[in-house]
Design a protein around this ligand. Structure first.
Ligand SMILES: C[S@@+](CC[C@H](N)C(=O)[O-])C[C@H]1O[C@@H](n2cnc3c(N)ncnc32)[C@H](O)[C@@H]1O
Length: 219
């Protein structure tokens, strides 16, 4: 869904995969039309992960497991918990996680993200335990996912949200598709306004890829 730009293509030409197995997985996912993080976003995540060195990563939006496996390869000491509801994607995710021998490092929680996040909030051991959260699911629910993730985070954790500019529809109603996706763009804009209104967090929104917001919980 991301709007391709000349700058995006140029930046992607410098893409360096973490390893060949991950690159093959990206190629297979892209060829099958499965939604995965753009190369440019992978580069930004890579830098953020190097800076944060998280030990426990929470991901909302597994799809076929590409980004979870990327997190696990990038952060060999981290455990990843990832949430998705789509059986059609998750069956591939389980296969790939198995092929990469990552069953003990990636926990897949199947269900609606809001329900699963509420369950995690009810489990005392999950509170204050994640130091990196990646939100990449249900574009109308980012505010809810963010608020449900906060109690699960350690002090100073980073919450990163993909597709924040929604192909530009969030700021330009004349772009192709903007009318059809008006509701999604409206919710995303409300989420950005909510983030902007919070004095207790540090927010950076970048226009790379389809837009990435990185939020540091200053707690
Ligand atoms: C863009 S894909 C995730 C891509 C993945 N992060 C990657 O880069 O490999 C978004 C995923 O969010 C999931 N999703 C959307 N709404 C959801 C919801 N309400 N609860 C759980 N998962 C949801 C979809 O099933 C889809 O697999």
């Amino acid at each position: 869904m991301a709007l391709k730009t000349d700058a995006g293509d140029f930046i992607e030409s410098y893409y360096k995969p973490l390893n060949s197995a991950l690159y093959n997985l990206r190629e297979a996912n892209e060829a099958a039309g499965i939604p995965i993080i753009l190369k440019e976003i992978e580069g930004m995540l890579s830098l953020l992960l190097d800076i944060c060195r998280p030990k426990r990563i929470l991901e909302i939006g597994t799809a076929c497991g590409y980004s979870s496996i990327f997190f696990a390869c990038k952060c060999p000491d981290a455990h990843i918990t990832t949430i998705d509801r789509a059986e059609k994607f998750l069956s591939h995710a389980f296969e790939s996680i198995d092929e990469f021998n990552l069953n003990d490092r990636i926990s897949v929680l199947q269900g609606d993200a809001s329900d699963v996040l509420r369950d995690l909030n009810d489990a005392e051991e999950s509170l204050n335990s994640y130091d990196f959260v990646f939100i990449d699911a249900g574009k109308t629910h980012y505010k809810e996912y963010f608020e449900l993730s906060e109690p699960l985070c350690t002090k100073g954790a980073l919450i990163v949200c993909d597709n924040i500019l929604m192909s530009g529809w969030i700021y330009d109603r004349s772009l192709p598709g903007a009318k059809r996706h008006r509701t999604n763009a409206k919710y995303m804009k409300e989420f950005l306004e909510f983030l902007n209104s919070r004095e207790d967090i540090t927010v950076s929104v970048s226009g790379g890829g389809d837009g990435l917001a990185a939020i540091k919980l200053n707690g």
